[in-house]
Ligand binder design. Sequence first.
Ligand code: GLA
Length: 727
Amino acid sequence: MNLRTVLSFGLLFSSVAIYAQHINIPVETRSNALVLQADAKKNLNTIYFGKKLANASEYDQVAAQYKQTSEYTGVLSSPYTPAGSKSLLEPAIAVTHADGNNSLDLRYESHKVEKISDDVSLLSIVLKDPVYDFQVTLYYKSYFKDDVVEQWSVIRHREKGNVVLQKFASGSIYLKADGFWLNQYHGDWAKEMQPEESKITHGIKTLDTKLGTRANLFQPSVFMVSLNKPATEDEGTVLYGALEYSGNFRTDLELDYQNNLKVISGINNFASPYSLKPNEEFTTPAFLYTLSNTGKGDASRNLHNWARNYKILDGKGNRLTLLNNWEATYFDFNEGKLFELLKDTKKLGVDLFLLDDGWFANKYPRNGDVAGLGDWEENKTKLPNGVASLVKEAGNNGVKFGIWIEPEMVNPKSNLYEKHPDWVIKQPKREEHYFRNQLVLDLANPKVQDFVFGVVDDLFTKNPELAYIKWDCNAVIYNAYSSYLGNQNHFYIEYMRGLYKVLERIRAKYPSVPMMLCSGGGGRVDYAALKYFTEFWPSDNTDPIERIFIQWEYSYFYPAITSSNHVTDWGKQPIKFRTDVAMMGKLGFDIVVSHLKENDLKYCQEAIKNYNTLKPVIWHGDQYRLANPREGSVASMLYVNPEKSSAVMFSYLVNNRYDEGSKLPVRLKGLDSGKKYSIKEINLYPDTKSAIDASKIYTGDFLMKVGFNPVVNSGRTSVVLQIEEIK
Ligand code: GLA
């Protein structure tokens, strides 16, 4: 044997040995497994994502069962596809190296798993470019009980100059199925969360926003993908996804030539090539997903549990019911008028009075939405004794006090704009363009961050008893430009970093005060923001019929405790209907209490008392969507406490045609089939009799197999049933 033969024999041998040494990296949760594999060449691919197998050694057998067309690249199922080397499809990451080269290859280097708790594990996988000193660490934080995974990446390099990140997704997932159906959302002001379902065709479908802030106005990042067939509430395989980010996001869903689906999600790279310095770390936001093999209901309950346990500020805690003065007064109020409303807060029976827009600015008083935004001192004409006197008066009335701010924004007609034109986002050479007569402040600038933090800090310093903040955000970003930043490509990212820095500072100093995230309606909610906010405002549209639909769609992704629902004068429904709908989340009122008819007031007072008994079940229980308003004339929603001993069911007539109503029983869910329950109608309008016989007793078995008829009809358009275990 000559030397050459020995060498080639040896090489062959060693490559076979390495081949046999592929490494499987599983991410396991209660029901599912995502299995990644580093092959002999250290390419990292997805070999399985679905229901967990009983025998882990069988994951290696999965690939052979798929006889799809050729895999030319060896990286088709990469969990983080780099651009410019072998990959032929949409990348998760694309870069221009310090030397101008556009290619990137990422090979497996190492991985480790950190057990954070019994429930939570953190897997990190280091990938390196074999040619450039460039690396990405992929993170998978898995929440075992809830089948939830958060995925993000950290990008760094040690090249001789800056590397430009052209695309920098948080992560991706690769799915195999016999067809995929996307459920996505679109909207506008007062029309949030409009669902659309379609079969995914070949090519790329992109869900994204380029609005900068109030970023979800036209499209939120939440979506669902059903596998094999459209999932229903209780059947089918469905993936819920969302980006935990409040700025520009981009999710690409690519159905490839083999009929597999890759979902890549991250910050939108639109107008944002990012120059990364040597040794600087770029951490992407988390891409969140949960996979259910038992339909949409379990997916949402898993997500709700996860959110309350791990994400939402005070997710397991309490919330305050409130009376808001926005629609009662708009900008037209003074101290006397507010004192009257404060009295009504107590009379109504809610916890807090919330003073809305219009309380500030003197040079250009805030008497409409055209002036004053940015000048956060009390308007002397309306409030000669300041906010302090209102807080005190609230205390005298035995209620708490909260206040509206919109600290990221400025009206051109304001002292702030005149003093600090360089703090405002606008193009230096172009005419200004306004959204609701206002512009956005440049949160990339640390001085603006200090200012925005100061707005909140001043309010609390002067009024330590202030109990609630409604944080609004009514404009999108036009003419994106920061006079502070050297590199305009970093603008959108630095804006969000600035916002999160401010929120961090606020929460460091005021860790638990409840704050509502509002954005001219639902233009902003996401799971990054909900780390700082206790609740959000789903829509300015409070017409209860519309709200049934809007709240229904939000309920797939966000638990009821986060949904601020106010009773207003929108819509033609009676006060009972409006209040019942608002009770399916965090209840508030925005009406003139003194204008209520006697029985209407009596009704509200009684309903609030009922709500105070039921709120633990609504906020912390399991939510079941029983009858879909898009599929029939009746909408029905159920909340069950974890012990399955107490539940509340809300049912509504959503179709006014002749003789519509609940013809059939509505099947309940989530009860204990062995337990016995009584069903009592509550929230009855004064002097009306219930059509429900409260003395009857039913087993959970009956209620879940046969169901129960709430007797919804044109004379009973809104029915609330309290279901209690009988021992
Ligand atoms: C936005 C909010 C409303 C109200 C107004 C005040 O539209 O969504 O609830 O606070 O601003 O200007």
